[in-house]
Design a protein around this ligand. Structure first.
Ligand code: ATP
Ligand code: ATP
Ligand code: MG
Ligand code: MG
Ligand code: MG
Ligand code: MG
Length: 259
């Protein structure tokens, strides 16, 4: 096609590409979800419907982007890790980040009704960022950092909402009571005042959500000698785990993920 005299403006575009040999992390995070979760009547501290919707959206993203090798989500955020040799969008960072964040956001709206009975009352927003990690140690530490953050926030939120919902404190008094406390103080508070052993809380809340690809068995019906028979077929699917990813065990079990 003949070029118009306006074509030169294309030269102003900056196509930044992600450095070769680095794991590419795209992290999305809900904008103003403190308010969003309040306005949409989420249970506090952890609304399982909200987490399940986030997980469902992450699976959708991994279905569309096969080069994502592992994802980790907690609260209103999800991190998607692309294999270090991906050539998706020629590694153009704007393309990678914007496509992931828009697919995640539209999925969140599209599937909302599958998880919630109440309607969305305004459109949710997510931000996105890209981070490159050049070594195995760096990418492992990144994932550990997010899981440690999940633990710290969940311990705090569990105490905070116990004080408010069961202890009858105002949100301000609960905040004051927790100010300056250490992890062991919070564990002790849960145990002595609310008879809660923190380690008994569901791992989905304590450890967050890990999505990996695995072969799963699927039953399908097949025609054989004019008869319909059941056969087991292996297929690749994404699965959600709530394991510890800070220690070595998980990575010994799944060494191929970060190769
Ligand atoms: P920002 O725009 O800076 O990200 P934010 O209000 O989204 O602001 P975050 O630090 O991202 O702040 O925190 C997310 C908030 O959403 C927290 O208050 C958290 O408790 C709440 N939240 C997210 N998911 C859930 C859930 N499944 N159940 C209950 N609360 C949730
Ligand atoms: P890419 O992912 O590279 O953007 P694409 O298929 O989206 O690929 P575009 O160059 O963005 O390609 O072109 C958009 C396509 O969508 C065109 O084929 C255009 O005809 C079609 N399209 C967009 N809006 C409309 C519309 N309102 N009515 C009919 N066709 C439309
Ligand atoms: Mg924030
Ligand atoms: Mg947020
Ligand atoms: Mg957040
Ligand atoms: Mg297009």
């Amino acid at each position: 096609m003949a070029k118009s005299k306006y074509e030169y403006v294309k030269k102003f575009e900056q196509n930044e590409t992600c450095l070769l040999n680095c794991w590419i992390v795209v992290r999305i995070d809900g904008r103003g979800f403190h308010k969003f979760t309040h306005d949409h009547l989420y249970e506090k501290p952890n609304d399982i419907r909200g987490l399940s919707l986030m997980n469902f959206c992450a699976k959708e993203v991994m279905k569309q982007f096969q080069d994502i090798v592992i994802s980790y989500g907690q609260s209103d955020e999800y991190s998607f890790v692309f294999s270090k040799n991906t050539s998706q969008f020629k590694r153009r960072s704007c393309k990678l980040m914007s496509n992931i964040v828009s697919l995640f956001s539209s999925s969140f709206v599209f599937y909302w009704k599958t998880f919630f009975l109440n309607d969305l009352i305004y459109p949710p927003q997510f931000d996105g960022r890209i981070i490159l990690y050049p070594s195995l140690e760096n990418i492992r530490d990144y994932l550990s950092w997010r899981q440690a953050d999940c633990h710290i926030n969940n311990l705090y939120n569990t105490c905070f909402w116990s004080l408010v919902n069961k202890g009858g404190l105002s949100t301000l008094d609960a905040e004051l009571k927790l100010k300056g406390t250490l992890a062991k103080d919070k564990n002790e508070l849960l145990f002595s005042e609310f008879d809660v052993n923190y380690n008994d809380i569901s791992p989905i809340f304590r450890k967050g959500n890990i999505v990996i690809r695995q072969k799963v068995a699927e039953e399908i019906m097949k025609e054989k000698n004019g008869e319909s028979v059941k056969v087991i077929k292996e297929k690749n699917d994404t699965v959600i785990l709530h394991d510890d990813i800070i220690g070595e065990n998980f990575w010994k079990k799944f060494p191929e993920i970060l190769t």
